[in-house]
Design a protein around this ligand. Structure first.
Ligand code: DGT
Ligand code: CA
Ligand code: CA
Ligand code: ZN
Length: 585
């Protein structure tokens, strides 16, 4: 039975192939629309398929519904197969190159008969591509740059992208016959901000292995099977990601999970701790060492869980996010307890935009969405006046927005809702480090998030001076996305982040962890410094839509990885305590 994502990805591929084939634009777009609709559908599409009611879904017409029925019944979608015959698979990849639209892709293919990226690169290098109208000079340069980026970052993807794929495949495996234990391992379990490949581990008896691998390799997202062995199989998904599935004996599961969770650096230290205690730790288990230092495979130590292994090496359980050999051993061998922040600890949303600037929903809609999710407050922060491109607020607009917020807060109070909206602003930090309004406006806000949005490429010294000024400004309560990085897309500004963290702590200012998975900025690696100086953070979704609120969970993962305890996360606190922090200027 196909699932929603499977069908969505097939329709998306039809869309891309149709574009390449020069098919009617509106016909192609209908497939794209249907794909997006189904990908975002909250119900199982099979209910609609069984009842033959697909056309009840807005955005799915009769003919696409028919394609889906056929696919559900036969496992192939004729329209897709027809276009796959017409268009070589290499060209599909080129659709990711910016500066190269479907028309030009087709023209290049028809003129030069090439289908591979390597061939395209040669064509640019030897100046042949430039002979085609519209593909010379600047265009060729842009295409070349884009290919470079694609190749550089092709190997990794964002945490949210990997999570989506892994959740989907995990769900298709977890209830299968024979699966005794199953976990996602690798960098995804450690919540790294970018992921190379996705690792999944199953504990099952040998007789079930072939069937489990069959289900895995025929998953709807899989486009290519890279390998299928006795204990490991690897596939590539439609998104271009590699997924490794390993199946081990149930009794080896805990040791294998620890091993394949990594990191390599963490594992190295664990093995050395085992040796110091006369044992050998490997992906199968923990064994006694012989006199000569060899592993005695006949002397396995008994344990059930990862926790047991840590205990046998005189450590408290190390949460997977912390396994990077960046100070976790010192903490957990002293049996220190870290009350790391969890999703459940988050009590409110700070840093969100509304239609007043570049958000997609009204203040009321954002507030109600927060309430539905059980949050107690919303720190609304539209853009400030200099950010004209993002609809930044002029002083008179600020005042009108305050009136609207006052009215909403009065209404919430009189209807007995335990909810409050804080009047905030995401103020640009101007080039000299000053904020974007005069003091008479600034003092009217409950709080200010200060962020850099322009001139991101200053020399480090100048940039630090700019941040120093911003942090010293008494109205600044939170620094937003400090480095301005866009993961796998844009480098970070040059800043001495250790100094910034210390400075923020000194001035009682928080630095946010921007939870948008494109940013995840402040980086978790500065968590050690933040812990040392007692810096406060706030896990901020930077929501521009209602769905954007739910990105908070990625920020929580990164905060855990940065060793932030609940008490150093502003939005785990009650509204009253948050106000107290805002007033601590
Ligand atoms: P990635 O995929 O680049 O995002 O990062 P990981 O950490 O998921 O790396 P991956 O997929 O190559 O391997 C998964 C885990 O398996 C890794 O974190 C530690 C363990 N592992 C793999 N190869 C080695 C190795 O050669 N030595 C050790 N000690 N551990 C390894
Ligand atoms: Ca991996
Ligand atoms: Ca791997
Ligand atoms: Zn911003």
């Amino acid at each position: 039975m196909p699932n929603n994502q499977d069908i969505a990805s097939k329709l998306k591929e039809v869309f891309q192939l149709m574009q390449l084939a020069g098919e009617n634009r509106f016909k192609a777009i209908a497939f794209d629309k249907a794909a997006q609709t189904i990908d975002g559908l909250n119900d199982d599409i099979n209910e609609y398929i069984d009842n033959k009611t697909l056309t009840d879904i807005k955005g799915i017409g009769k003919s696409i519904a028919e394609d889906i029925y056929v696919y559900a019944e036969t496992g192939t979608m004729p329209v897709l197969e027809a276009f796959r015959e017409k268009i070589p698979p290499g060209l599909l990849k080129w659709t990711q190159i910016s500066g190269l639209g479907p028309k030009n892709i087709l023209k290049i293919h028809e003129t030069f008969g090439i289908t591979e990226t390597e061939e395209l690169k040669e064509l640019i290098d030897n100046g042949e591509l430039a002979k085609l109208p519209g593909l010379g000079g600047k265009s060729a340069e842009k295409i070349q740059k884009s290919i470079e980026w694609m190749e550089k970052y092709d190997e990794r993807c964002r945490l949210d992208e990997a999570t989506k794929i892994a959740d989907d495949i995990f769900a298709s495996l977890k209830d299968l016959e024979g699966v005794q234990q199953i976990e996602v391992a690798g960098s995804l379990r450690r919540a790294k901000e970018t992921i190379g490949d996705i690792d999944i581990l199953i504990g099952a008896n040998e007789k079930h292995i072939p069937d489990l691998f069959d289900v895995f390799t025929s998953h709807g997202r899989v486009t290519e099977v890279l390998g299928k062995g006795d204990t490991k199989s690897s596939v590539r998904t439609v998104e271009g990601r590699q997924v490794d599935l390993r199946i081990v004996k149930p009794k080896n599961f805990a040791a294998a999970l620890m091993y394949f969770t990594g990191s390599k650096e963490h594992n190295v230290e664990m093995r050395s701790r085992a040796r110091d205690r006369g044992m050998s730790l490997n992906e199968y288990g923990l064994y006694k060492l012989e006199e000569n230092g060899e592993t005695n495979w006949n002397a396995p130590q008994n344990f059930e869980t990862e926790s047991d292994i840590y205990k046998m090496l005189d450590l408290n359980f190390v949460p997977p996010e912390l396994r990077e050999d960046r100070g976790e051993f010192e903490i957990f061998e002293n049996q220190e307890i870290l009350d790391l922040v969890t999703d459940e600890d988050i009590r409110g949303v700070i840093h969100a935009h509304s239609t007043w600037s570049d958000g997609k929903f009204s203040i009321r809609e954002m507030a109600e969405a927060c309430m539905e999710r059980g949050y107690e407050y919303l720190g609304l922060t539209d853009h400030s006046q200099t950010a004209a491109y993002a609809g930044g607020l002029k002083p008179d607009e600020v005042k009108r927005q305050w009136d609207e917020i006052d009215e909403l807060n009065d209404e919430f109070k009189s209807t007995g809702k335990n909810f409050v909206i804080f009047k905030g602003i995401e103020s640009d930090i101007l080039a000299d480090g000053s904020l974007d309004y005069k003091d008479d406006i600034l003092e009217g806000f409950d709080f200010v998030i200060a962020s850099v949005h322009q001139s991101l490429e200053m020399p480090e010294k100048q940039m630090m001076e700019r941040f120093r000024n911003a942090i010293k400004n008494p109205y600044t309560r939170i620094i937003g996305h400090p480095t301005g990085r866009l993961l796998l897309k844009r480098e970070e500004s040059k800043i001495d982040l250790n100094e910034l963290v210390a400075l923020a702590a000194e001035h009682n200012t928080a630095i946010e962890i921007n939870a948008n998975p494109r940013r995840l900025d402040l980086d978790w690696k500065f968590g050690n410094k933040a812990k040392e100086v007692g810096m406060m953070t706030s896990i901020n979704p930077d929501a521009h839509t209602i769905d954007g609120i739910d990105l908070t969970t990625y920020g929580v993962k990164i905060a855990r990885k940065g060793k932030y305890e609940k008490e150093r996360v502003l939005n785990t606190k009650s509204a009253e305590e948050v106000v107290k922090f805002f007033k601590m200027r």
